[in-house]
Design a protein around this ligand. Structure first.
Ligand SMILES: *[C@@H]1O[C@H](CO)[C@@H](O)[C@H](O)[C@H]1NC(C)=O
Ligand SMILES: *[C@@H]1O[C@H](CO)[C@@H](O)[C@H](O)[C@H]1NC(C)=O
Ligand SMILES: *[C@@H]1O[C@H](CO)[C@@H](O)[C@H](O)[C@H]1NC(C)=O
Ligand SMILES: *[C@@H]1O[C@H](CO)[C@@H](O)[C@H](O)[C@H]1NC(C)=O
Ligand SMILES: *[C@@H]1O[C@H](CO)[C@@H](O)[C@H](O)[C@H]1NC(C)=O
Ligand SMILES: *[C@@H]1O[C@H](CO)[C@@H](O)[C@H](O)[C@H]1NC(C)=O
Ligand SMILES: [Cu+2]
Length: 873
């Protein structure tokens, strides 16, 4: 903090508007001796001074003695969370200790897991794929938070890939209870139990065929290289490129293959097979858009890669059972040739982010930015990842599957939501080629946590945002992503409320400040921006926005109904995004009900209306109903949004509440409405076999179920590859239980029906590809609590000849010099080996392989460089 908070304005009035200080020393002296009361006394004068003294075009020069002092420090104000964060993930030392414990583990028969180091493991070995905190039971947390109970026991969720087991298995365990300090020593001394984790799944056994990434892609790459090598000349001729590094090459990345494979999911229906459609695509920037007219369907079911085989291949709508058959048609001249792709790789720049086109007027200037002249207005406990702002407070946690979650979300001291967490992000494609029509991505499986990227300061988040790290412990070792989460306050740029009137107290406005928590995941082609925005009236806006590359397809006339041409031979494919969120509401306690409000039309006859308009009055009326049965709580928003869904506590009324026996519904029960924002959609296609049971949450706008420890998530890591028999079948949550005055969870979808357009090229825009829902108080309060805000103005109507005066509650915006912006920097991913030693920084191609995974399968013979995980030397 500077000793001159606002030298110019605070001091000048004593000496008249034109007076200027001669020396800084005097200013210091003055600041130190004048009391706060004196500042307030002069406040009205100051405001007028501002407009007079700082005229348009006046620029303070270096030797101007009234150069403002420095603004208050903008770094976060440290705080201590009221309780420890019981959801926080393990740090690197804790994860290493747990990993060591697993390595040394022996069961009652003296058998261990025979784990292979994650660095070297292939699908055929046993290895650790996840170590993560497991959320404690809510009852334990509430006892700790609300009734001074013990801090809940901690458990670790462990996922093992057991490629050596017979049959091979994906095994999940809970390890615990963990000692309060986790180290090799404390773990070996603790009475730990390793129990199978089953209770959170409707189908607990996960078949090995449903695994997502190969632990080591070398087998897949070798297999594909074997398939494609004989087609080298044909692809060069037909597609303008080759797959693989070519014969004998193989070791260098300097001349990478010009063609790659992109794979689809699901790999299976119920686990009985593991098959993949692979489309060839150009290996140039924006490769996702540059799909080529050749597709392969391969069977990768066997645990022996030698038994993998090609099922069929498709070129220009001609189907071939083998590559030989294709080659024969190619050589004997019966092959119907497709057009050649758009342009040679070397000329490809249209899909990159380099600036394009002509400069716009004045665009050489930097645009405006927000500055907190008076310093930040939020507090953070960085160790406990706890944040508070303007009456709001919450904890953060971070996990492999879906990244960020918010916990114990309170407004003015009252818990509103126990948990806010994204559950699944689904993308379903259509098309007239094998790839599009078979693609259903469920991004939980790929890991929206491990694909969370460092944020670009000044672009992804404002310059002043506080950046927080995120940590995961997976088959890639520990990934510590700096600047993964940003939190910041912003001016919404509009008043939250306002009015102009003429009686006392009628005129004024409240500033619409908001507090945002943001992360961005780049899952292959797409970038998903997760936003949680807290507002002064108690509203939380949950929003998802998308950018990055469309999934492209090869254009021909038959694709007209399934997308939009964005280039001569490329198109964007039509698809639905549905992103499911869990909102565990606790409205005035955990006993909550779902009130469905609908607007109905009625015709009434009222004695006071007579002939000129007729006696019939047609009008709308509000019909309130409590949905009492879970089976009736799979819901769509009413047509034309004629209604609302509100989570209420029927036993807790606001000041105006009352009870009517007739309807047995408490009016003005305290509640929070689930208010649809932008594009509150659900899935269009409800009957596909590829989405049969694994995305049932996506088939309704929202659903409300009784909260259960056994139903923590609407999806699972492996739902993606098991549409017919998923580990979590959401419909099984809805089994006819009462949901009246019970602890309730609302499962709400956001999404977009993405109809591609040329302007999605090179990348999709976050202004249109966005969806939101607002959780907003509905008789939760007795009036608008944002009226508490001091950042508000009350105007007094003047008498003739006088001026309007404004009362701003004594809140003054400092006139000060904001700190210089830091030089651009972008953090390098910090990695740790499984033993906790720091990992080596990755090379570009290694980062790319990690990030694009099944989207960019290089057919390669080079085992050493082919592992799709963090690099090691
Ligand atoms: C991937 O697996 C192959 C075959 O077992 C092995 O030779 C290679 O070392 C592995 N790669 C890495 C990076 O571990
Ligand atoms: C343990 O795993 C290694 C490597 O995966 C394997 O070679 C060995 O046979 C396994 N041992 C047993 C007892 O299964
Ligand atoms: C590819 O073409 C070259 C040159 O025409 C020829 O030497 C080579 O044998 C061909 N390879 C295959 C696999 O047909
Ligand atoms: C050319 O090859 C295709 C594919 O094997 C075959 O079906 C067709 O009969 C062949 N035609 C001639 C004229 O050889
Ligand atoms: C309504 O409120 C009263 C008093 O708070 C409470 O006893 C009752 O259970 C509530 N619910 C209904 C359906 O009346
Ligand atoms: C909910 O509805 C189902 C189906 O109508 C019924 O079987 C069940 O008993 C109901 N549950 C309760 C708690 O009333
Ligand atoms: Cu999209």
């Amino acid at each position: 903090m500077s000793v001159f908070p606002a030298a110019k304005e605070d001091l000048s009035p004593l000496f008249g508007c034109a007076a200027r200080f001669k020396t800084r020393r005097f200013a210091i002296f003055f600041v130190l001796t004048v009391s706060a009361a004196a500042f307030l006394l002069f406040a009205p004068g100051l405001r007028q001074l501002r407009s007079l003294d700082i005229g348009v075009g006046e620029v303070a020069s270096v030797d101007d003695p009234v150069v403002p002092g420095r603004c208050a420090d903008t770094s976060a104000i440290p705080a201590t969370a009221p309780h420890e964060n019981v959801w926080k993930n393990f740090d690197v030392h804790e994860a290493v200790a747990i990993r060591r414990w697993l390595w040394a583990y022996k069961d009652a028969n003296g058998r261990g897991f025979n784990l292979t180091s994650e660095t070297a493991a292939t699908d055929l070995d046993n290895s650790i794929s996840l170590i993560e905190t497991f959320s404690p039971p809510k009852a334990d947390v509430l006892a700790y938070f609300d009734h001074d109970g013990e801090s809940p026991q901690r458990f670790a969720k462990i996922v093992l890939m057991l490629g050596r087991a017979s049959p091979p298995a994906i095994s999940q365990y809970l390890l615990g209870p963990l000692p309060s300090i986790i180290s090799a020593l404390t773990l070996s001394a603790a009475p730990l139990e390793l129990r199978p984790l089953k209770h959170i799944y409707t189908r607990p056994d996960v078949p090995y065929t449903a695994r997502i990434f190969p632990q080591n892609v070398s087998y897949t790459e070798k297999f594909l290289l074997g398939l494609m090598a004989p087609l080298h000349n044909a692809t060069q001729d037909l597609l303008g490129g080759v797959v693989g590094w070519g014969s004998g090459a193989g070791q260098d990345f300097i001349s990478p293959p010009t063609i790659l494979f992109s794979g689809t999911t699901p790999f299976s229906y119920d686990g009985s097979f593991r098959r993949m459609w692979l489309q060839l695509k150009q290996n140039t920037p924006g490769s996702y858009l540059k799909m080529l007219d050749m597709n392969l369907y391969v069977d990768l079911t066997s645990m022996d890669p030698a038994e993998w085989y090609l099922i069929r291949m498709v070129y220009n709508r001609q189907v071939f059972a083998t590559t030989e058959e294709f080659l024969e048609a190619y050589t004997n001249g019966t092959l119907k040739r497709s057009t050649r792709p758009d342009e040679p790789a070397s000329e490809d720049t249209w899909a990159g982010r380099e600036r394009k086109g002509t400069k716009r007027d004045l665009d050489e200037r930097a645009g405006p930015r927000q500055v907190s002249f008076n310093g930040p207005r939020f507090r953070v406990d960085e160790d406990n990842q706890w944040v508070s702002w303007m009456g709001w407070s919450f904890y953060l946690s971070f996990a492999r599957d879906m990244g960020l979650s918010l916990w114990d979300v309170r407004f003015r001291g009252e818990r509103i939501l126990y948990e806010i967490s994204p559950q699944e992000a689904l993308a379903v494609y259509s098309g007239s080629d094998p790839h599009q029509g078979s693609t259903v991505f469920l991004d939980r499986g790929f890991g929206m946590g491990i694909t969370t990227r460092s944020l670009i300061v000044g672009y992804d988040c404002p310059y002043e945002a506080l950046m927080l790290p995120a940590i995961t412990h997976t088959e890639s070792g520990t990934l510590l992503r700096q600047d993964a989460i940003c939190v910041f306050e912003r001016d919404s740029g509009k008043p939250l409320s306002r009015h102009t009137g003429y009686l006392r107290g009628e005129t004024g406005a409240t500033k619409g400040y908001e507090f945002v928590v943001r992360t961005i995941s780049t899952v292959g082609n797409y970038d998903y921006m997760f936003d949680y925005t807290f507002q002064l009236d108690g509203t939380i806006e949950v929003r998802i926005s998308a950018s990055g590359y469309l999934q492209g397809a090869w254009w021909d006339d038959t694709q007209m109904s399934y997308g939009t041409k964005i280039r001569d031979t490329y198109m964007g494919s039509v698809h639905d995004h549905v992103i499911n969120y869990k909102f565990d509401f606790d409205i005035a306690g955990t006993r909550n009900s779902l009130m469905a409000i609908s607007l109905e039309n009625e015709v009434v006859q009222l004695p006071w209306f007579e002939d000129d308009w007729g006696q019939d009055v047609r009008q709308q009326k509000i019909v309130r109903k409590i949905v009492t049965n879970e089976s009736e709580a799979l819901l769509d928003y009413p047509k034309n949004y004629e209604g609302a869904y509100v989570i209420v506590n029927q036993e807790e009324l606001n000041r105006w509440g009352y009870r009517t026996d007739a309807l047995l519904i408490n009016r003005s029960a305290r509640g929070y409405a689930i208010h649809p924002g932008m594009s509150p959609i659900r899935l269009t296609n409800l009957d596909s076999k590829r989405t049969e049971n694994n995305v049932n949450f996506a088939k309704h706008h929202l659903a409300v179920s009784r909260r259960k420890e056994s139903e923590p998530c609407s999806s699972s890591t492996w739902n993606i590859n098991l549409p017919g028999a998923p580990p979590v079948d959401f419909y099984k949550f809805f089994d006819g239980e009462s949901i009246e005055q019970e602890d309730l969870t609302a499962w709400v979808n956001l999404g977009t029906h993405h109809i591609p357009r040329a302007e999605d090229s090179p990348m999709t825009l976050t202004n249109i590809a966005t969806s939101s829902v607002l959780l907003t108080p509905f008789n939760f309060n007795d009036w608008d609590p944002a009226m508490e805000s001091m950042n508000a103005i009350l105007l007094t109507v003047p008498e003739p000849g006088e001026e309007w005066t404004g009362d701003e509650n004594g809140v003054e915006i400092e006139y000060c010099l904001p700190p210089r912006l830091k030089k651009f920097s972008y953090p390098v991913l910090t990695t740790f080996e499984e033993d906790g030693t720091p990992g080596d920084p990755a090379r570009v191609h290694q980062m790319r392989r990690q990030a694009e995974s099944y989207h960019a399968i290089f057919a390669a013979s080079d085992f050493q460089t082919s592992k799709a995980i963090q690099p090691r030397t």
